[in-house]
Design a protein around this ligand. Structure first.
Ligand code: AMP
Length: 222
């Protein structure tokens, strides 16, 4: 089905534990967005143990942000001109320093973000959810033991791989990542609110995943 009124290119914002990645995956499946997930690209580089992976591993383990220059390198390698594809950015931009990087990619690769979608979740709720989170170490699909369980316990629906807890989901790191989000994402959201309020959407993330998804779908006109 062709959805002509939905945005062409979206950025999704949400604190760790907001359900951002699950929402991104579902929007990707239902509306044909190609997902640009910097977190997953970084984890992939670490799994490959390549030059970039070696440099970013310690940042992810601590829950700290990877320096903007390395994110730029990562996207230089991975981001291709979308052509007629729709892009959905999950996890980028993550700092004010990355905002002009996105603008640079928009100009160079000829696309324009026409929706900034925020999943608004309280910090307490997000922290509680992160403890039940699981990830497929092979394909990167995300699950939650309660909110979004796999069909077979601890097993990826897509490729049957045994699911794992993310190494950056320990209590200390979880709290630190919330702090990092408050520090960096809040100014970015404020920036877009002032620059292009007509492109900004916010959904209530303090509800079960299906309700968040329904609200997000309505917010983008899908
Ligand atoms: P995520 O999967 O989006 O939760 O990202 C996991 C981790 O990857 C984050 O805690 C950061 O360490 C790193 N990361 C992902 N995206 C970015 C980004 N755009 N800038 C800096 N660090 C990032």
């Amino acid at each position: 089905m062709v959805h002509s009124t939905i945005p062409d290119h979206i950025v999704v914002f949400g604190r760790p534990g907001s359900g951002k990645s699950s929402l991104a995956e579902r929007l990707g499946t239902d509306f044909g967005y190609h997902l640009v997930r910097t977190g997953e690209m970084l984890r992939e580089a670490i799994r490959r143990n390549d030059f970039l992976g070696k440099r970013v591993e310690c940042h992810l383990a601590k829950g700290d942000l990877v320096p903007d220059g390395l994110i730029f390198e990562l996207l230089e390698i991975n981001l291709k001109s979308p052509g007629s594809n729709r892009l959905l950015f999950d996890g980028f931009p993550r700092t004010m320093g990355q905002v002009p990087l996105l603008e640079q990619f928009e100009n160079r690769l000829h696309f324009k973000i026409d929706c900034y979608l925020e999943i608004d979740v309280s910090r307490e709720e997000a922290v509680a959810r992160m403890t039940g989170r699981r990830i497929c170490p092979k394909c990167g699909a995300t699950y939650h033991l309660i909110a979004r369980p796999p069909k077979v316990a601890e097993t990826c629906d897509l490729d049957g791989t045994h699911l794992e807890k993310r190494p950056d989901d320990t209590t200390e790191v979880v709290q630190f990542r919330q702090q990092v989000y408050d520090e960096h994402a809040v100014p970015i959201l404020k920036y877009y609110q002032e620059k292009c309020p007509e492109l900004c959407r916010k959904v209530n993330g303090n509800q079960p995943f299906d309700a968040v998804y329904t609200e997000a779908r309505a917010a983008i006109g899908g």
